[in-house]
Design a protein around this ligand. Structure first.
Ligand code: MV4
Length: 449
């Protein structure tokens, strides 16, 4: 049994992993930069190691420092959380090379899903629907133009090494294609060191639906339903929901089981999220994430499954303690990301938390690492809390969300709380009528007022 885990992350996910470890009686090692010496996960961990200065490159991305910390503290395993090194196959491999358990999928699967062309090919071969487009990389401009003409515009040119919305260019006509193609390749080469691009039919107004899966080392794979992550701004998720409002229980059951079967056939181990676009009643696969996701708590709220706990038990070589038939979906959950940002401009707002009061009561969970007097460092992402609400149905969930947002006190820095209150009171949101473009237009309209 794993006895000690080094948590190679910071912020709320570090605290989340630490809590799962404590529930399992597993010792914890926190690593931190000089800027995070006073962080909550450092205070609550059994041991802590400073791994470098504030800059992520010298601390949370510093592979030798993190592995050294694991070795000198005698950790058995390393949990990468999300972001930072969580989808870095070299890190996964180096951890294993040093005789430690990497709490995540095999490095080969991280590589496979990190290449968006290979990911689509793999998932398509396993029988899941993908967005129509090129069969592989676009290598010759004339062939690419012909394919785009044949597919019909608009088309989307995507970087194989991209993902999360980075490195995408829309072409709405033959005349726009060449510039979009050349810009996409140039920017991909600069951003990802890989200028390989591929083509997809551009879906104009989709929803963003992602399925959570979990698989043990014995081929048992289970889906935990889907999440609607359409409420995004510049590809940054702000508000997520489970279940979505568009899938019927029958469709969820059938499609989810197809996904789980594909994951099992791939020999995938650990937690994973398959991202789809939903349009005209169809789901189209776009990419797969091989890490725990920020929004995992809403799936936990409707299934009652502690996903981080299961991740650790899988890494420890244990069989999944539940089958697909054991998984049930109860009620509705919404997660609001509380970023330290201006609610109108989204400009990050670092500073000291003057007053802090958490909401509570039925159906309210707050995953946060801040406290009164905490100084929010400017070096990292602006997520300071996740407000996670559960209700018997979506309307009760929204009512509880409005109550909790009104109870939540964070002063001294700007936060997205006012934005979430506006969203939770908007008739289109209450109706569930939003796609991936909603928040951009909602935010623009606000600025005009
Ligand atoms: C798309 C798309 C429309 N058509 N692919 C953005 C993030 C990455 N997961 C893929 N993304 C998109 N891929 C096709 N063929 C629209 C987006 C997209 C998006 C997707 C989900 C949530 C928010 C988004 C915001 C902008 C673009």
């Amino acid at each position: 049994m794993i006895k000690k885990i080094l948590i190679a992350n910071r912020g709320e996910i570090a605290l989340r992993i630490l809590r799962a470890c404590k529930d399992l009686g597993i010792k914890t090692v926190a690593v931190h930069s000089t800027a995070d010496a006073d962080a909550m996960h450092v205070r609550l961990a059994d041991e802590s190691v400073c791994i470098g200065p504030a800059s992520p490159r010298e601390s949370y991305l510093n592979i030798p420092a993190i592995i050294s910390a694991a070795c000198i503290t005698g950790a058995d395993a390393v949990h990468p959380g999300f972001g930072f090194l969580s989808e870095n196959p070299t890190f996964a491999h180096m951890v294993e090379e040093h005789g430690l358990i990497f709490i995540g999928p095999k490095a080969d699967h991280i590589v496979m899903m990190g290449d968006k062309i290979m990911a689509k090919k793999t998932v398509s071969r396993l029988g899941l629907p993908t967005v129509p487009g090129s069969d592989g990389a676009l290598t010759k401009l004339d062939k690419a133009i012909k394919l785009a003409d044949d597919m019909g515009y608009p088309v989307l040119i995507k970087a194989a090494g991209g993902g999360g919305g980075r490195g995408m260019k829309v072409a709405r006509s033959n005349e726009e294609f060449v510039e979009a193609y050349e810009t996409a390749r140039r920017e991909a080469g600069i951003s990802f060191g890989n200028d390989v691009v591929y083509l997809e039919k551009y879906l104009e107004n989709p929803k963003h639906i992602e399925f959570q899966v979990i698989a043990d080392q014995y081929g048992n794979a289970v889906h935990l339903g889907e999440r609607d992550c359409s409420m995004q701004r510049r590809n940054q998720k702000v508000w997520e929901e489970a279940p979505s409002m568009v899938l019927s229980p029958e469709f969820r059951n059938e499609f989810g089981r197809k996904i789980a079967k594909a994951i099992s056939e791939m020999g995938y181990v650990g937690v994973g999220t398959l991202e789809f676009l939903y349009e005209n009643g169809q789901l189209y696969f776009i990419e797969m994430n091989t890490r725990i996701q920020v929004e995992h708590p809403i799936t936990e709220m409707i299934t009652g499954i502690d996903i981080v706990r299961e991740q650790i038990l899988i890494a420890d070589g244990q069989k999944l303690s539940f089958t697909q038939d054991d998984v049930t979906f109860t009620g509705h959950a919404i997660e609001c990301r509380i970023n330290a940002e201006n609610p109108d401009t989204y400009i990050p707002s670092a500073g000291t938390v003057a007053k802090y009061h958490c909401p509570g009561g039925p159906g309210v969970r707050v995953d946060s690492f801040v406290y009164e007097g905490y100084k929010i460092p400017p070096y990292y992402d602006s997520l300071i809390a996740k407000l996670v609400i559960h209700g018997k149905d979506r309307q009760q969930c929204l009512a509880r969300l409005r109550r909790a947002l009104n109870e939540y006190v964070i002063s001294g820095v700007d936060t997205l709380i006012p934005l979430h209150l506006r969203l939770a009171n908007d008739p289109r949101i209450i109706e569930g009528n939003f796609d991936i473009h909603f928040l951009e237009s909602f935010s623009k309209n606000l600025k005009l007022k």
